[in-house]
Design a protein around this ligand. Structure first.
Ligand SMILES: [Zn+2]
Length: 351
């Protein structure tokens, strides 16, 4: 995972690469935030950047405002991209399934399944989606003592490839008291060149003794309103609306490809943002209310709202709702966004 492939987290990504570049990497970190907003993806991108042999520094002109990113090409990056690096150790909650059961099951039994899940969901899948993927019915997943033993053992070993060993524990709040106590000592007495990242959505159920031993990295939620929507969302939106107005097919299909590559959750969040933006423009144009969304482009701020009138607002709104519905049902991204683009483009001409 490269930072450029995570939407909406540029500010945090820049902070993280800066920390690594300055050599102030803390041995144990807690990435706190919703998985759907990219907290696990950020942890993996962070580990990939740490181990990259040719870190890219962009200065002012990086993609989406990124100051730096991993190269994606070196041997370490290639293994990270496939989640197959032998010094990347992933732990997560799980429960017995129809085929993997018994008292001795551990995270080791679900490694390939978990990687499949991460790939399918662009590393932004939620815990519920993981349980659904595992088909564990109504059982609750856990991180068990057996896994804690494995984590301690892993931390005590030398790295396979000579670089940094990385242990990522996803949904660390699903670790019960006994396993959590077992890894405490490892958190406290780091072995050299080892990074432990706990990824959690809520710290409430975690032991305070664990939290106090970690450095907190708060991953901002993407479920924000337009006022604070990410620069990426605003850029994607402004570019899109301009293309729809002119209906430039070449650049529109490039835009559609970009959206297709995002995770479903990010696609949905973007569509919700687009919907809110359209409503904002309508209110500003027709009800004389002040706009609360700054698109970061003065010309667009001034001219776009006049495009949204009572003759097209409903059509656009319906089209976006249909797209959200389709995304939630795993429809093919390219078709969803292309069809939506045509519908909005048509509606914009009927103002
Ligand atoms: Zn690299």
């Amino acid at each position: 995972m490269q930072f450029k492939d995570i939407v909406g987290q540029t500010v945090m990504a820049n902070r993280l690469t800066e920390i690594i570049d300055s050599g102030r990497v803390s041995h144990t970190q807690l990435f706190l935030g919703e998985t759907a907003s990219g907290s696990l993806a950020m942890a993996i991108a962070y580990a990939q950047y740490l181990n990259c042999e040719h870190r890219q520094h962009y200065g002012e002109a990086g993609p989406d405002g990124l100051r730096a990113d991993s190269c994606g090409e070196c041997p370490s990056c290639k293994k990270y991209q496939q989640l197959s690096h032998s010094d990347l150790h992933l732990y997560f909650p799980y429960a017995a399934t129809a085929t993997v059961k018994g008292t001795s099951i551990s995270a080791a039994d679900f490694q390939s399944e978990f990687r499949e899940f991460l790939n399918a969901k662009h590393q932004c899948g939620t815990l519920d989606e993981w349980y659904e993927f595992m088909q564990i019915e109504n059982k609750q997943g856990q991180i068990r003592e057996r896994d804690a033993d494995d984590i301690v053992r892993t931390l005590g070993m030398k790295s396979y490839e000579g670089g940094n060993k990385v242990v990522i524990i996803w949904m660390a709040e699903k670790m019960t008291v006994q396993p959590a106590n077992k890894i405490l000592k490892s958190l406290e007495e780091p072995t050299p060149n080892t990074l432990i990242i706990l990824v959690a959505e809520s710290s409430e159920k975690m032991l305070s003794t664990i939290i106090s031993r970690t450095q907190l990295v708060k991953i901002p939620s993407l479920r924000e309103n337009g006022r604070t929507a990410s620069p990426e969302f605003r850029n994607l939106y402004v570019t899109w609306m301009r293309q729809l107005f002119k209906l430039n097919m070449a650049s529109l299909s490039a835009w559609v490809d970009t959206m297709h590559d995002k995770s479903r959750e990010v696609q949905k969040q973007f569509l919700l943002f687009a919907q809110e933006s359209i409503r904002d423009s309508f209110l500003r144009n027709n009800a004389g209310l002040p706009s609360h969304i700054d698109f970061g482009d003065e010309k667009f701020n001034a001219s776009f709202p006049t495009m949204i009138t009572e003759r097209n607002i409903e059509k656009i709104n319906d089209a976006i709702n249909d797209a959200i519905f389709a995304v939630e049902r795993n429809a093919y991204g390219k078709i969803v966004f292309m069809e939506l683009s045509f519908r909005i483009s048509k509606a914009l001409k009927k103002r």
